[in-house]
Design a protein around this ligand. Structure first.
Ligand code: URA
Ligand code: SF4
Length: 188
């Protein structure tokens, strides 16, 4: 599949019921040649309205977090979500919806071939790293899967709800920056 085929197929997707209420299918944003892929949970209201991931208040915080370590959605990373269409009332995506949608993320992963995957929040970490991942316990840890390095940060929305978690996230970001310096060739 090419990027164009992926985008078109995703925007036409009816594999789960979320297509019925979406305004936009939020495929992803960023540099398709990035060495680092960020994965969130699913679009919220603003993302559904605009078609771009992480554009609400949480998105602003994410951009600020990225800037601390010289990353930005427009230059050196790619950002996608587990589910591409907004769950109504921003509820968690159902397992059945995640299962229906995961092939699109697999295809994005195959096209990008990232060296590092950064999960944002528990749901992305459970899917990408493992079902027993606990975000409070395991954020910032590194997992090698077939030579790709996986980690997870607190979700920006969780940081907005609970700013006490920000110092931990700062440490995680600095560790991410160091890991990028070690294994990425084109990011910085
Ligand atoms: N939260 C997410 O997990 N993803 C988005 O794109 C927006 C908010
Ligand atoms: Fe298709 Fe994913 Fe949207 Fe469901 S959430 S309709 S699987 S693109």
């Amino acid at each position: 599949m090419t990027w164009n085929e992926l985008e078109n197929a995703c925007k036409a997707c009816t594999k789960c019921a979320l297509y019925e209420t979406r305004r936009n299918c939020v495929v992803g944003v960023g540099n398709r040649e990035a060495e680092i892929m960020f994965v969130g949970e699913g679009p919220g209201e603003q993302e559904d309205a605009t078609g771009e991931p992480f554009v609400g208040r949480g998105g602003k915080l994410l951009d600020d977090m990225l800037e601390i370590i010289d990353l930005s959605r427009n230059t050196n990373i790619y950002i996608a979500n587990i589910v591409k269409c907004r769950p109504p009332q921003n509820r968690d995506p159902l397992n059945s919806e995640q299962d229906a949608c995961i092939d699109w993320l697999r295809e994005q992963f195959r096209l990008i071939r990232p060296k590092i995957v950064v999960c944002l929040g528990r749901i992305a970490a459970n899917v990408m790293i493992g079902g027993d991942f606990k975000i409070t316990r395991d954020h910032g840890k590194w997992y090698d899967k077939d030579g790709v390095q996986f980690t997870a940060l607190y979700h920006p929305a969780a940081l907005l709800r609970d700013p006490n978690r920000k110092p931990d996230t700062f440490v995680d970001l600095k560790n991410l920056q160091r890991k990028i310096g070690e294994i990425c060739e084109r990011t910085y």
